[in-house]
Design a protein around this ligand. Sequence first.
Ligand code: GDP
Ligand code: ZN
Length: 339
Amino acid sequence: MSKRKLTRKQKWRIEKVQQERISRAQKREQLIEQELQDDNLGSEQQGLIIAHYGATLDIEPLGQPGSVRRCHLRSNLPPLVTGDRVVWRQSQKDETGVVVALEDRLSLLTRPDNHGRIKPVAANINYIVLVIAPVPMPHTNLIDRYLVAAETVGIEPVLLLNKIDLLDEEGMELLDDLLSVYEDIGYQVLRASTRSEDGLAPLKALLDEHVSVFVGQSGVGKSSLVNSLLPGVDTRVGDLSESTGKGMHTTTAAKLFHFPAGGMLIDSPGIREFGLWHIDAQSVLEGFREFRPYLGYCRFRDCKHEKEPGCALKQALEEGEILEERMFSYKQILDSLDA
Ligand code: GDP
Ligand code: ZN
């Protein structure tokens, strides 16, 4: 009996919190609409979202890096993310503003949430820089997993081998062999060291005039790279607490930074874990870039590309158009999905 009473009380409390949240949101919306009506806002201008905190976001007026405006957004907008280009209007009274429109996106980095729904994470990214290193030694399979994830969101991946200072001639040859597989497929590969600073110039040239994210397994040197490319900038992305019906819940915001040498970085702990998010079997198949010309040409429509006669992938493999390593890796990733 006491259990039931407690449940009713909990239910009441949850409803109350939700009600409060809705009324807060409505109030906010009314204020925004009022400001728009009162014409308290300046003319429309272009901006770039550099951070996003639930109900508000930080905008940089286009072409004014370093200048930040805290903005509210109109309720008719789709979910906005860091990297989005928007149209906004500045308040006449203070440094705040209102976002009124979203401009077309060049690309969208997404991730599935716990309920399998696709959530936008960051927009207009040109390169997913996949950082690897001699230590921790990259497993081909893991590299392919990251590449599949990048192909799935349709953003160009670039491989960056960091810590080349640790490699002797033999070690370099070994990694060159591994990387040549990817160069042959058409991926761009860079080699660098944050320690010796070798290879940083070509990396800076790549990043210039583009928006990039760094991804890769822990320990490969992502933080070191960010620190050497953004000297003196505190890139630790703050954990933001947002109150929800269940109490305090921490969300982690993606932030945009300008490299002094040109180009931009979008970073967050979540983004660095990109590639390890859930993926479905069809995306894995299509995520192997060099398989694509053969997809749809197998004799059987439901070909599993195993032992079926007339398999176009198997034929491409036999003719050397597809490498054994990659086919093996494809099967491994597929098997790991079932597990
Ligand atoms: P993250 O987990 O990917 O962010 O990796 P960190 O930036 O924290 O680096 C992991 C370790 O690798 C640290 O001990 C770094 O000092 C080291 N490290 C980073 N870059 C280099 C490099 O170019 N050469 C060497 N030898 N060590 C590096
Ligand atoms: Zn087949």
